[in-house]
Design a protein around this ligand. Structure first.
Ligand SMILES: Nc1ncnc2c1ncn2[C@@H]1O[C@H](COP(=O)(O)OP(=O)(O)OP(=O)(O)O)[C@@H](O)[C@H]1O
Ligand SMILES: [Mg+2]
Length: 225
């Protein structure tokens, strides 16, 4: 349960919701605007504390409630195991594409400079951004920025990936590339991936589909192929 505001203005953005995420699965979360999708992602990823309830995560072999950890432990868990693609990229304006990825590796896991550069370049190549490594966000198109944001989330090989409307700013060709990358993160790298979207065209790419409406979560059947 997560509410916003207090007193009479108090309103529940999430009610009694329960969701299981498994390694190797790409899960799609749909629902109308304001239904609580971003709130749920923030609670699951350790960014926003729920009023009640647990978020159990496998942390190097032990199941732990991330909201029972100290703030420092939770921050460590997030840096080490969680990739987050924000609604609207959240790139650092002053950094080049390559630096956006390097900083995650250096700061997140203490990788040395050479290792960080090699892995950043490898990921940018995979994303088709080999020629854009030295560009800053203002010099990149929307689709390129989106791919840098995805690279930043993927480069550390996180166990958990959360993506908030990662295709909303893209044309369908680029949107398709993005959902394929998220599917690869799950199917090839064994990550648990939770993707929020309004776009029903993503349904054929995913393993599981949930619908959220006014804070109530329901698992739905995928349409037959
Ligand atoms: N910081 C906040 N303070 C107060 N209310 C908030 C806050 N953040 C979100 N809300 C409210 O909580 C509800 C759920 O918001 P949330 O951002 O989770 O929705 P969403 O499903 O992600 O919507 P969208 O599809 O538009 O991104 C909305 O009614 C919203 O107005
Ligand atoms: Mg949202």
């Amino acid at each position: 349960m997560r509410t916003y505001g207090d007193g009479t203005a108090r309103r529940a953005a999430l009610r009694e919701v329960s969701i299981d995420l498994y390694p190797g699965q790409l899960v799609l979360l749909m629902g109308p605007s304001g239904s609580g999708k971003s709130t749920l992602l923030a609670v699951l990823s350790g960014l926003l504390e729920p009023d009640s309830g647990q978020v159990l995560a496998d942390d190097d072999g032990a199941m732990r409630d991330i909201w029972q950890l100290t703030a420092k432990e939770r921050e460590q868990h997030r840096r080490k195991h969680t990739g987050f693609i924000f609604q609207g990229y959240n790139l650092f304006p002053a950094l080049t594409a390559r630096q956006q990825l390097e900083i995650v590796l250096k700061w997140g896991e203490g990788a040395d400079g050479g290792d960080a550069r090699r892995r950043a370049d490898e990921m940018l190549e995979r994303l088709g951004l080999g020629n854009n490594k030295n560009k800053k966000p203002a010099q990149l198109s929307g689709g390129e920025k989106q791919r840098v944001a995805i690279g930043r989330a993927l480069v550390k090989n996180p166990s958990f990936m959360f993506a908030d409307e990662p295709t909303s700013a893209l044309d369908w060709e680029n949107g398709q590339k993005v959902i394929e990358l998220l599917r690869d993160a799950a199917h090839q790298r064994g990550a648990s991936v939770l993707c929020v979207s309004h776009d029903a065209r993503l349904l054929p790419f995913v393993d599981v589909y949930y619908h959220l409406d006014d804070g109530h979560l329901e698992r739905r059947e995928l349409p037959a192929e």
